[in-house]
Design a protein around this ligand. Structure first.
Ligand code: ADP
Ligand code: 5GP
Length: 215
């Protein structure tokens, strides 16, 4: 497919914290390096190992509020006591160039993008954990949060899960490899929808000419 003449997709992954969306997003970008990750801005402090500009743009609340006020955010939300949002310009540039963008955002952000002018280019996928004890185990095994933060994330997880049915697809992330394959299948199928293939009309016209030449 010629990517230059198609509008890129906005591929949204949401889940309760710990269900596996960042891991899956990274695997998808290894699978298809043309996928662009939407680096969110946040007012929360960086965790050990997180790189400013790669994992997040770590900004002050004042700066964040300024971007929202100036209309520079595609969506934004208050999550776990901090602000998070997706800067608009890099997303617009990528999709105008025909590149698909991956978002790791919560249900509020997903809803705002779906209701925006770009809503028709959105593919949204919700990731469920196989069980609540397993969700907790994953948060603990990730080794990034103290007990209090884990308890806070677990408390909030139902709030996130309760929005599962607003998404185009819902996957239970039990076996990581199976979930990854299912995500790839969904993305490939979405890319083959006919409005994602602007070159099709020309192809059909060509077929019609050839058909008419037969008679
Ligand atoms: P999220 O981005 O949704 O908060 P992460 O991608 O950080 O979640 O995953 C949380 C932890 O669970 C990580 O340590 C990750 O390696 C692990 N994990 C993710 N998916 C699975 C899976 N299917 N089976 C077992 N562990 C998983
Ligand atoms: P964390 O602090 O664990 O990185 O992220 C906490 C939550 O905020 C996750 O559910 C994540 O998906 C969500 N999140 C991260 N970036 C954004 C964003 O730009 N917008 C919205 N709405 N949520 C975000």
């Amino acid at each position: 497919m010629n990517t230059a003449d198609r509008r890129g997709l906005l591929i949204i992954l949401s889940s309760p914290s710990g269900a596996g969306k960042s891991t899956l997003a990274k695997r998808l970008m290894t699978w298809d390096p043309s996928l662009q990750f939407s680096v969110s801005a946040t007012t929360r402090p960086a965790r050990a190992g997180e790189v400013d500009g790669k994992d997040y743009l770590f900004v002050t609340e004042e700066k964040f509020r300024g971007w929202v006020k100036d209309g520079d955010m595609l969506e934004h939300a208050h999550v776990f006591g901090n602000f998070y949002g997706s800067p608009k310009a890099p997303v617009q540039q990528a999709i105008d160039a025909g590149r698909d963008v991956i978002f790791d955002i919560d249900w509020q952000g997903a809803q705002q993008i779906r209701n925006s002018a770009l809503g028709r280019y959105t593919l949204s996928i919700f990731i469920l954990p196989p069980s609540i004890p397993e969700l907790r185990r994953r948060l603990v095994s990730r080794g990034q949060d103290d007990d209090e933060t884990i308890a806070k994330r677990m408390q909030k997880s139902w709030d996130e899960i309760s929005h599962w049915d607003g998404y185009d697809y819902v996957l239970i992330n039990d076996d990581l490899n199976v979930t990854e394959e299912r995500l790839k299948t969904i993305i490939m199928a979405e890319r083959l929808k006919f409005h994602q293939q602007p070159g099709l009309s020309a192809q059909v016209r060509r077929l019609q000419n050839e058909f008419e030449d037969l008679s």
